[in-house]
Design a protein. Sequence first.
Length: 106
Amino acid sequence: MEAVQYFIEQGRIQDDSTTYHYKPVPVRSCFNGLTIYRTDLYLNDMECRYDSYDKEDEVYASNHYNHACEHVVFLECLRRQTKKSSNNEEFSIAVLPNMKTLWHGI
């Protein structure tokens, strides 16, 4: 099953026999779409940046490049900061399957 179809199936909620709407589907990391971050997690102390790196991030390193993708590292830093600053509140990321962005075409 292709990824787009997976998200559509996971997020679909049927209101009646012909109407659907969609709920966000949780993901660990994701590209391509609209991203909204809690700015208090990365603007206040600037610990989380796309060029930051933590020992814990080594598990995401690729064999080819010997480092993790900067996007993944940034999200993992936000997860760690959320736990520190919010009494173990969970940091979450989700995809909204039916969201249309400008580059989907008209």
